[in-house]
Each structure stands twice: as structure tokens, then as C-alpha cells.
Write a protein that binds this ligand. Structure first.
Ligand code: FE2
Length: 396
């Protein structure tokens, strides 16, 4: 329901769309390395003359990998500027027209006006606004009559009695029965899932001095609040300083940390390295929540995904820093998994190396055991490791 705390009527992240240079090969990587299944496709064979798009799904995570088929398409310019990267963090909303109109009224820059998007399976309302860099937020809504649906505490949508009269569609949404969105045809190629369940947070890197601007954007336009703030005392090593504020919706279901570079002691911040190579602000990492991080990381490593490693001495200090944990420290050390604790519990996390040749987008794999934080206690060890990578790239 739309109210002061959720003025746009956001329900959840519907999908994340990447613009990539070769979607066919990216699909193979996300399926074979990350264990996603291909569930839908749009391209020449389905009458799409503009792009080829593959929908990759693992539990509640939907990624769309899109490549342009002509140099005139927007995606071609996006790839020229940024390399492969996140174009769209798309939201499922109660009413796309309302979300768009309210966002624009609150100061968002419009990208796509609300319109009907339909095929033989039904129709969806779609609109989009700009956020940092060339990144957009699409708003998607199904069956406009079902706006009585609301977010419950766990962030799951609870259909109203009214909406329950609508038979559940194949896509799980009232008013649209296709496999994903209009224009997509079902095309299933099963991946060997690794236990990735949900997008936990998506971090944006913005230009020096712009962190507060974008935090205000998420507050004023989207109705988010400041969740956690990190300053350079928390996250500064010899070189790689940064500042970060975590913005979140009222229910803490959608979390967007915003980073900006800070002055290090003579070297280049890892955030500045990203911005130099991405050529603008953009999404830095997508954090993927999993059921058992040890199992997931072991599978990802066996599949060839490359992770950042911290020095082994990190594990000598671990028991005194985080206290008792259920997991065997030797096993965590072997896998390279990091641990951090807050008042409410602990989390286990690990970061991949960038998944493109440009040092830009990477992934975090994490498991939360009560902890609501982001691994502040690991920043120092991690950043020493990131600086080592930067040094090897000649970017420090
Ligand atoms: Fe993160």
C-alpha cells in the first residue's frame, strides 16, 4: 500500500537487467558458473529485431542479460561507455502509473512514460526513471485492479481477498500469464543451482561529493531512510578510502548502499577506480543471499568463480573478534569466507573479483544469521586485498 513510508508503492526488486556485449556468452557464464537457469528469451526468433535478452532465474533472483542487435540501440552506447554493467534495477510496484507520477513529482528525472506493455499472455504497465549514472529504475505492475495487495513484514506480497479471486497465472502474477514479461517466450535450460536465493542489497558507486545527493534522492523520491552510515574511519586503509550510506525502504527489504570515494593516503580509492573504468556512477556489486554460504561458495569455486582472498592471519584473529559461531573456522579459511558480528547476530560473506575485464561490477555472496550489517569488521582486511588487486592492474 502506498503511504508516507512507501510513497511509490514498491513491493520488491522484480529483476536486474544487465547490458552486455554478448548475451549468449554471458548466459552461459551465469548458468554454468553461478547456477542460474535460463527461463525465458526474447530475440530474433521471437520477433524482437532490437535486442536479444535471456532471463536467468535462481530461486527469487531474476537477472536479464540483454545485448543490442544494432549499433543504434541504446544498449550499444551503454556498452561502449560502461562495458558490461547494470542498466536497470526494476521494481515490482502496486501501480506503475502512480509510482512514476509520484517519483517525478518528487523530483525524479523521467525515462519512460507509463504505458501498456502487452502480448498474447496479457499486459503489464511499465514506466521508468533515472537514478545514478546511466542506471534506471523501471516500475512494473500487473493487473492494475489488484492494488489492494500489500507488503507484509517479511516483504512478501500478500494478495488481498479480492486478488485471490484471480486464478494464479503461470508467471505468478494476476493479469499476466507469460513466463516473464511481454515479448518473452518460455525457454528453459536448467542450471545446477548453487543455493542463491535472494538479492540482499545492490551498491551504487557515485562520484566524489555526490553521496549525499543520491542519498537524498532515495529519501525524497523513493521514501527510503538512512539505515547505516560508514565514514572513512570505518573504511580507510592506506590507500582505499570510501564513504558509504545504506539507504533502505521502511521494511528494510530493499537496501541500496551508496558509496563515494574518499581521500586515501596518496593512492586511488577503489571507488574512483570503478568510476574511471565505468566512466560514470553505476552499480558496483549485487549481494546475493544464500541458504548455506559454505555450500554455495564451494560450488561456485568448483565452477571457476574467482573470489578475493584475505591473508590467512585473518582467521587467527577471527574467534576473538566474532566469538562463538556454528561454522568450523578451518572450513571458512579453506573457502575464504569472512565473518562479522553486530548486536543481533553474525553474517558470513565473500566477494568475487570483478566479472568483467574492466574492474567494475562484482558479486557478494552472503548468509545472515541475525546480523543486519554489511560486514564493517571485514572492510580493513578486504580493502588490503582489493588494493593488492588494484596494484596489479596498475590503478593504485
Ligand atoms: Fe555488500
Amino acid at each position: 500500500m502506498t503511504d508516507e513510508k512507501n510513497p511509490l508503492g514498491l513491493k520488491k526488486i522484480h529483476h536486474v537487467e544487465f547490458y552486455v556485449g554478448n548475451a549468449k556468452q554471458a548466459e552461459f557464464y551465469y548458468r554454468k558458473a553461478f547456477g542460474f537457469s535460463r527461463v525465458a528469451y526474447s530475440g530474433l526468433e521471437t520477433g524482437n529485431r532490437e535486442t536479444a535478452s535471456y532471463v536467468m532465474r535462481q530461486n527469487r533472483v531474476n537477472f536479464v542479460l540483454t545485448t543490442p542487435l544494432t549499433p543504434e540501440h541504446d544498449a550499444a552506447e551503454h556498452i561502449k561507455q560502461h562495458g558490461d554493467g547494470v542498466r536497470d534495477i526494476a521494481f515490482l510496484v502496486e501501480d506503475a502509473d502512480h509510482a512514476f507520477n509520484e517519483a517525478v513529482k518528487r523530483g525524479a528525472k523521467p525515462h519512460i512514460e507509463p504505458h501498456e506493455w502487452s502480448d498474447e499472455n496479457g499486459s503489464v504497465r511499465k514506466a521508468a526513471i533515472h537514478t545514478y549514472g546511466d542506471t534506471i529504475h523501471s516500475f512494473l505492475s500487473y493487473g492494475r485492479k489488484s492494488s489492494a495487495e500489500s507488503l507484509n513484514d517479511s516483504g512478501l506480497t500478500t494478495p488481498s481477498a479480492e486478488a485471490a479471486d484471480t486464478p494464479p497465472s503461470k508467471g505468478g502474477e494476476p493479469g499476466y500469464s507469460g513466463p516473464f514479461l511481454p515479448g518473452f517466450t518460455e525457454q528453459i535450460v536448467e542450471g545446477d543451482e548453487v543455493g542463491i536465493v535472494l538479492v540482499d542489497h545492490i551498491v551504487g558507486n557515485v562520484e566524489l561529493g555526490k553521496m549525499n545527493f543520491w542519498c537524498d534522492f532515495y529519501r525524497d523520491v523513493m521514501g527510503f531512510e538512512r539505515y547505516i552510515t560508514f565514514d572513512d574511519k570505518d573504511i580507510s586503509t592506506e590507500y582505499s578510502a570510501l564513504m558509504s550510506i545504506v539507504m533502505s525502504d521502511g521494511g528494510h527489504n530493499i537496501k541500496f548502499p551508496i558509496n563515494e570515494p574518499a581521500e586515501g593516503k596518496g593512492g586511488k580509492s577503489q571507488i574512483q577506480e570503478y568510476i574511471d573504468f565505468y566512466r560514470s556512477a553505476g552499480a558496483q556489486h549485487v549481494a546475493l543471499l544464500c541458504k548455506d554460504v559454505r555450500e554455495t561458495v564451494a560450488k561456485l569455486q568448483a565452477n571457476g568463480v574467482e573470489f578475493l582472498r584475505v591473508p590467512d592471519t585473518y582467521y587467527d584473529e577471527l574467534p576473538s573478534r566474532v566469538g562463538e559461531i556454528d561454522e568450523d573456522v578451518e572450513e571458512l579459511k579453506r573457502l575464504g569466507i569472512l565473518v562479522d558480528r553486530d548486536d543481533e547476530g553474525y553474517l558470513l560473506q565473500i566477494f568475487t573479483k570483478p566479472v568483467e575485464d574492466r574492474p567494475t561490477v562484482f558479486y557478494e555472496i552472503l548468509q545472515r544469521k541475525g546480523c543486519k550489517g554489511f560486514g564493517k569488521g571485514n572492510f580493513k582486511a578486504l580493502f588490503v586485498s582489493i588494493e593488492e588487486e588494484q596494484r596489479r592492474r596498475g590503478n593504485l
